[in-house]
Design a protein around this ligand. Structure first.
Ligand SMILES: C[S@@+](CC[C@H](N)C(=O)[O-])C[C@H]1O[C@@H](n2cnc3c(N)ncnc32)[C@H](O)[C@@H]1O
Length: 257
């Protein structure tokens, strides 16, 4: 779903109104003056991008919210600093100076961890949902809490786009690693965060054609994250790695596909 209304919280200051108008113009959302209207009145059944004093939120018709936050990225970076192994970093074989194309940026938790590890290298993150792209690209610019996260957040390059098209526009061997973390085909309904993301996320899945293209773009490897059970049934991978106590696995393609 790409349409959304953009408005402010009640009693906005002039900066909120200006920011809402600016985002509406930049991304093609409809700006509605809040006045004293309820969000239901403003929403017209669409998701609402709400510019509050402190942040940008998406509010859904059931009043649940989604906003940018580093979430697990913060904990994972703390672990990496202490010398703990991050299974995604291991699967990608990341090291300082490398380049990564993250084809499914989402709220950039994986992208931030990857950018932290590759330091002067670069993560380019693609996101097909305009609403998620706005939350993430604006959030990456605005976050100002943990210094360990600020540097990778400012460096990571978020792009609005569809991996199906983007991959065909790149010359071979453009990135060291190409990564996919598509939405699960079925949701277990465990995480409220994932359920909210699902409402606005693109649900494109990988297939042989996309992975073949990605393998041409990747100098070293293509990595796909998914449920262990799902990844094991896919015929594409040279190697699968997973934590013992996790239902998540990473499929790795290093050879031809
Ligand atoms: C499971 S989330 C990724 C979460 C992300 N790895 C993180 O750590 O925050 C999948 C994301 O991929 C996006 N997506 C799905 N199909 C896409 C496509 N064809 N091109 C770009 N992004 C896509 C969805 O909109 C969603 O935001």
């Amino acid at each position: 779903m790409e349409e959304a209304i953009i408005t402010t919280s009640l009693n906005p200051d002039i900066y909120q109104v200006e920011r809402a108008k600016e985002l509406a113009e930049k991304f093609g959302f409809l700006f509605v003056e809040r006045n004293k209207k309820s969000l239901i009145e403003v929403a017209r059944g669409l998701p609402v991008l709400l510019v509050t004093k402190n942040r940008l939120e998406v509010v859904f018709s059931d009043k649940t919210k989604l906003y940018f936050h580093p979430g697990m990225a913060k904990i994972r970076i703390k672990g990496i600093k202490k010398g703990q192994q991050d299974i995604m970093v291991k699967a990608m074989g990341l090291a300082s100076g490398m380049s990564l194309l993250d084809c499914t940026l989402g709220l950039a938790q994986d992208g931030i961890v990857a950018q932290y590890v590759i330091k002067d290298g670069l993560v380019v993150g693609l996101e097909k949902s305009k609403i998620i792209y706005v939350l993430t690209s604006e959030g990456l610019k605005a976050y100002d809490e943990d210094p360990d996260l600020i540097i990778p957040m400012r460096k990571l390059k978020a792009e609005f786009g569809d991996f199906n098209e983007y991959l065909t526009s790149l010359p071979p061997k453009s990135f060291d690693v190409v990564y996919f973390d598509p939405m699960f085909k079925n949701t277990t309904g465990k995480s409220a965060h994932i359920l909210r993301l699902r409402k606005i996320a693109a649900k494109d899945y990988i297939n042989k054609y996309v992975l073949k293209k990605a393998r041409e773009i990747a100098r070293e490897r293509v990595v796909v994250k998914g449920r262990k059970e799902e990844i094991k049934t896919l015929p594409f991978f040279d190697k699968i790695i997973a934590g013992n106590d996790s239902e998540i696995a990473f499929g790795i393609i290093e050879g031809q596909i």
